[in-house]
Write a protein that binds this ligand. Structure first.
Ligand code: IVH
Length: 650
């Protein structure tokens, strides 16, 4: 094969793959494809210096990495406001029309998967970053490259961010779960979890085996001059991405509602799971004018499909003891498939709810599953009773430690602070993702460590020794060392994670971040007045913090000493500078990534916004700045170059 022939063959392979994975319209057989693939591979082994980055051989990474690196998005990845019925739609449209008129709406399915951001530089896929919290995600480029519907190269100069959803088709989801069941692994609850889990595999070969599919839904950073979203998306599909099964440009309420009804009746026939329809203002200029709330674009919303109900039988009611001691009943139902997911458990909230609905074991019940909400029992079919269903008796003792329960009606509590369920759940929570995020320290391992007497509290985690772990069944050297390293890695965590990990009642991730922002580690000395003064903090939350500190002061101190959490730079500490407390917008390409410049400015006390408005203090622009620059000029907002910004700081 000459170099010229090699190039031709790579092109041909990509054409075959495009027809197969993107158009769903194969133009050759597996055999022909495989033969050519191996010829191309043989050529590349001989002339590695000639390897084309678009060659399909470049998809298969075979080196597992140790961890993912965090990556800041060039611009924020937003979430969507949900609407649920035609009244909501009417109201949403009124709101949108007040902000801008003469607009139309681009409608497409809302895919149920995991968001992914692809960055192409001069036509080559250079980075793929998961959504994460919208500002910062994880770089999983090697894994993304294994997804055949993600082009490795595109015919577009400059930088382009393509955003979309990674999904697993329904059939593939069933196949994977079947396989996992046979090999005794836990099954995925739904295609969304399966997609997200498959994307975050340290070994790209596992990701490759899951047959993930990428469906683009938007564009981040770009230099496109196209003024309509629908046209922009057509351009993206032309670059080699998969188009949605259905899309439409709708003018107003009637057209949107009709398209939504059509999609809802047809969704069972779709190869992928969808949970609604996304509506987006088509005119890019209007989008920019409307801007964003703290969480969502004002120019888009997700019109969710109605939840799905099924009839099943309640087989049992089991009890769960949470880390706060709250005992909650959980319904075990006859396994029932709803929308591609087999439901076996449903929430019952609390014992009052059981009484109120007179739920009895053996009853026929209607369960409801809507999107990502845990299924619940919505109705008991009492007319189906045959006399064998007896009223449910509330428990009086803890199912785990057998101490007497405190029954406060809606809330039933095990008051034994050393109840093993409470302790174990507190440790699991401590290690979980939004807390210290200790990899490998999940439910099973915590239970084992606790049952074997190696840990009695979170503090004991930090004096675990290798020899003790090796003595446990199933703990090989590698696994044990990995666990110890992960625990060690929690030291120096961000301050808010430390606060969240304490597990104070009513204090979740958002409240922990606020506490950390206001007081840092000094939160434990905050007074009630100071606590209730925090935005979003009420009396109950403040009392919870004070009570927790009162009871656990000594443990907080010990943990703080072990973990040495890192406090964020306090705004007050930021030295005076021209950008302190100013709102700035970045646009165009700069000498380093805008993500980095954003962090630098934020450290200087600036607020970096995504769109230009009258409130913007500065638009800082690089090469090829586009509409944001024009808008700044139109609004009379100060515009400065990256160099001028640096001079102002010098
Ligand atoms: S647009 C600017 N379109 O839903 C708007 N999102 O609830 C950003 N999603 O994080 C999202 N299908 O992961 C958009 N056709 C679609 C979508 C879609 C699925 C996901 C996406 C996003 C989440 C927002």
């Amino acid at each position: 094969m000459t170099q010229k022939e090699y190039k031709k063959n790579v092109e041909l392979l990509n054409k075959y793959a495009y027809h197969y994975y993107v158009l769903d319209d194969p133009i050759t057989t597996d055999e022909v494809y495989d033969k050519l693939y191996h010829e191309v591979l043989a050529y590349e082994e001989k002339y590695p210096e000639n390897i084309d980055p678009s060659s399909p051989t470049q998809r298969v990474g075979d080196v597992a990495s140790l961890s993912f690196t965090k990556a800041v998005h060039l611009s924020r990845m937003w979430s969507l406001e949900d609407i649920f019925n035609s009244e909501d739609l009417q109201k949403w449209l009124e709101k949108v029309h007040r902000l801008s008129d003469g607009i139309s709406f681009y409608c497409e399915p809302k895919y149920d998967g995991a968001s992914l951001n692809l960055i192409y530089e001069n036509g080559v896929l250079t980075r793929a970053i998961t959504r994460g919290d919208g500002v910062e995600g994880e770089e999983i480029t090697q894994n993304a490259k294994t997804i055949n519907s993600i082009p490795l190269t595109i015919n577009h100069p400059g930088r382009l961010e393509v955003r979309g959803e990674v999904v697993i088709f329904k059939k593939e989801f069933e196949r994977i779960n079947e396989e996992r069941m046979q090999s005794g692994e836990s099954i995925f609850a739904n295609p969304r979890n399966a997609a997200a889990g498959s994307l975050r595999q340290l070994d790209p070969r596992i990701t490759a085996s899951r047959n993930l599919v990428f469906l683009p839904y938007g564009i981040g950073e770009n230099d496109l001059e196209i003024g309509r979203l629908s046209k922009r998306m057509e351009y993206i599909y032309e670059l080699g991405f998969r188009a949605p099964p259905e899309r439409a440009l709708c003018k107003g309420f009637d057209e949107i509602e009709a398209f939504y009804q059509k999609m809802n009746t047809e969704r069972d026939d779709y190869v992928m799971m969808i949970d609604g329809m996304v509506i987006k203002v088509d005119q890019i200029e209007a989008q920019e004018e409307m801007g964003y709330t703290v969480k969502n674009p004002r120019w888009s919303c997700a019109y969710k499909f109605p939840a799905v109900e099924k009839i099943t039988t309640l087989k049992d009611i089991v009890l769960q003891v949470g880390r706060s001691g709250a005992v909650t009943p959980v319904a075990v139902v006859e396994p029932t498939p709803i929308e591609g997911v087999v439901v076996e458990r449903a929430t019952l909230h609390n014992f009052d709810e059981i009484d109120r609905k007179d739920i009895r074991i053996g009853d026929k019940v209607i369960i409801l599953r809507s999107g990502d909400v845990i299924p619940k029992i919505v109705k008991v079919l009492t007319h189906e009773r045959d006399g064998s269903q007896l009223p449910y008796k509330r428990p009086t003792e803890c199912p785990v430690c057998h101490s007497e329960l405190l029954d406060e009606g809606a809330l039933t509590k095990c008051q034994n602070l050393t109840c093993s369920a409470r302790v174990v759940n507190a440790i699991i929570y401590f290690a979980s993702k939004p807390c210290l995020n200790i990899d490998g320290l999940g439910e099973k391992i915590v239970e084992t460590l606790y049952n074997e007497g190696l840990i009695k509290s979170v503090i004991d985690l930090f004096s675990l020794e290798l020899d003790a772990l090796l003595a446990l069944e199933g703990f090989k050297e590698k696994k044990s060392q990995k666990l110890l390293d992960a625990i060690e890695g929690a030291k120096g965590c961000e301050c808010w994670r430390f606060i969240n990990a304490l597990g104070m009642e009513h204090i979740g991730e958002v409240a922990s971040k606020s506490l950390c922002g206001h007081f840092g580690l000094g939160f434990s000395e905050a007074t009630k007045e100071e606590l209730v003064a925090i935005d979003g903090f009420g009396e109950e939350m403040a009392n919870s913090v004070l009570e927790f500190v009162r009871v656990n002061g000594e443990n907080i101190r010990i943990l703080e000493e072990i973990l040495t959490p890192v406090e964020p730079a306090q705004k007050a500490d930021v030295a005076e500078n021209p950008f302190k407390e100013k709102t700035v917008v970045l646009t165009g390409s700069m000498s380093e990534s805008r993500g980095k410049i954003k962090i630098m400015l934020e450290e200087l006390g600036a607020k970096v916004a995504g769109s230009v408005s009258k409130k913007t203090d500065y638009v800082i622009y690089g090469d090829d700045a586009g509409s944001k620059y024009d808008k700044a000029v139109a609004l009379g907002v100060a515009t400065i170059t990256e160099e001028q910004m640096r001079e102002m700081l010098a």
